[in-house]
Each structure stands twice: as C-alpha cells, then as structure tokens.
Design a protein around this ligand. Structure first.
Ligand SMILES: Cc1cc2nc3c(=O)[nH]c(=O)nc-3n(C[C@H](O)[C@H](O)[C@H](O)COP(=O)(O)O)c2cc1C
Length: 247
C-alpha cells in the first residue's frame, strides 16, 4: 500500500514525523528539533548594557512557540563593540545573573539559548550620538563605507585585549547557564573586517594571507577553549560571500 492510499497518514502525522521535528545533536548540545530562531536584534535594553524584562518576554515568545533553540541577537563583548546603545551586553560579571534569568525563562519551554558574541569594529550600522563621539577600532584605518565612521587599525595589544574580552564573554555565558555561544563572524563586523581581503590591509601577523586574516578569529576560538574547556557549545556564523563591505 502506498502512503497516498494509507488513510492513517494524515498531513498532521506526516508533519510530526518530518526530520525537522527530530532532535539535532552537536558534540556538546542537543536541541529538541531543527527549528532555530536566527539572530534579529532589537533595542530593548538599558544604556549600561544590562538586559530588561522586555528582552526576556520577547525571547520567551519564540521559546513558547516551539523553536528548539534561540540564537540571541548581537551581544557586544565590550562597550566599544556596540552597534548602538540599547543592546544587552556581556562585558561585566555582574550581568551574569540577568542572563541567567533569561536562560532559565527560555529553558522552562524546553528551548536552548545560544549567545551571539559580537564586536562591531568600524561598522556601527546606526549613526547617532553614541557612535560619533567614540573612536572605533578595526583591522584597518580605512573609514567605514556606509556612514563614514572614522576608525583606526588595532594595535597588537588591542587585538589581545579584544581576544580576551571574547573569552571572558564566553565564560560569563557559561556561568549564566546558557547552552552555548556563537561568534558573529559575518555581516561586516569585526571578525569580517579581519577575514576580508577587501578590508584588512595589515602587514603584520593578522593581515595578508588567508591564514593571517583568519588568525584573529582562530585566536579567539583558542582563547575561549582555554577559558571554558572543550565541553561548551561553540559555533561560528561566517559569511559566504561579501559585496557591500569591501569598497
Ligand atoms: C532588524 C534585523 C536585525 C538583525 N540582527 C542580527 C543580529 O543581531 N545578528 C545577526 O547575525 N544577524 C542579524 N540580522 C540578520 C538576520 O539574522 C538574517 O541573516 C537576515 O535577516 C537575512 O535573513 P532573511 O532573508 O531570512 O531575513 C538581523 C536582520 C534584521 C532585519
């Protein structure tokens, strides 16, 4: 008998057996289904980077709706890595309890929460008082092309400081009981500014060949592993092609 003839196979039973509703296993994380909420930022949070109940309510809407995991919106690891104010950050130890509260709320719906660790570099997306008054750091001293924000190529010390900030961010996410972290190495932000041959014009160990341009990202991964060990879920969002950030 074909499936079409079998009256017991309804659209509902067929849907519930679809692979998208089966668990997805990573080395250090299991998600109940294959539906992930992708990163979409909203300006819900306080000026100092502490998160608000509005963010918790927002994330819980997705968790309640049945998604298996939420990849958070852009979470800066340093205040100078913000795109604009109003995004929750992970740059302070005393923010851990806020993230813990969010993680517990989402988990009550059997949903996992992965924090997207981020740094803007020179690309801050939105003009405004927060972004015109501060210098921005990047792989390059060439200005950002959309808004014309001026920037300066990071020194080696500043690169090391930023690598450490990512490792601390991952450690805080783990302390908060979250399920993993994602490195935001896409969409033109700091990692992209190192990876891109169209942006990165350094002549030191962090520029030139692909291996050198990837060094910043790989150093961050090593620093995170040194800080949190090998048992914490770590993923990376990378861009496959770039068009708009290289002029
Ligand atoms: C308002 C808005 C905010 C976004 N915020 C983030 C973000 O914080 N992190 C990220 O990686 N991508 C972010 N994105 C990109 C989305 O995750 C997604 O890649 C993009 O919307 C393209 O997918 P789509 O064609 O399904 O919309 C954002 C997109 C929008 C429209």
């Amino acid at each position: 008998m074909t499936e079409a003839m079998d009256q017991s196979v309804t659209p509902a039973t067929r849907a519930s057996s679809d692979v998208i509703f089966t668990p997805l296993k990573f080395n250090n994380l299991e998600v109940k289904n294959r539906i992930f909420r992708s990163s979409v930022s909203g300006r819900f949070d306080n000026e100092d980077g502490s998160l608000t109940q509005t963010r918790i309510n927002w994330e819980c809407k997705f968790a309640k709706g049945g998604v298996g995991a939420i990849i958070s919106s852009y979470v800066p690891v340093l205040m100078e890595g913000r795109i604009i104010a109003g995004y929750a950050t992970i740059h302070r130890d005393d923010f851990i309890p806020y993230w813990q509260k969010l993680g517990e709320a989402v988990r009550s719906f059997d949903c996992k929460f992965i924090m997207q660790l981020s740094h803007s570099g020179r690309q801050m997306d939105i003009p405004g008082v927060h972004n015109y008054v501060r210098p921005t750091l990047s792989s390059t001293s060439k200005k950002e092309t959309l808004h014309g924000f001026l920037c300066r190529a990071m020194t080696i010390e500043e690169i090391h400081y930023t690598i450490d900030a990512f490792a601390k961010g991952a450690w805080r996410a783990r302390e908060a009981g979250l399920d993993g972290v994602e490195l935001h190495a896409a969409n033109g932000y700091l990692f992209t500014q190192f990876l891109s041959s169209g942006i990165n014009d350094r002549t030191d160990d962090y520029g030139g060949s692909l291996a050198n341009r990837a060094r910043f990202l790989l150093d961050v991964i090593s620093a995170i592993r040194a800080k949190v060990g090998s048992k914490f879920h770590l993923q990376c969002r990378a861009v496959g092609e770039e068009r708009q950030h290289t002029r």
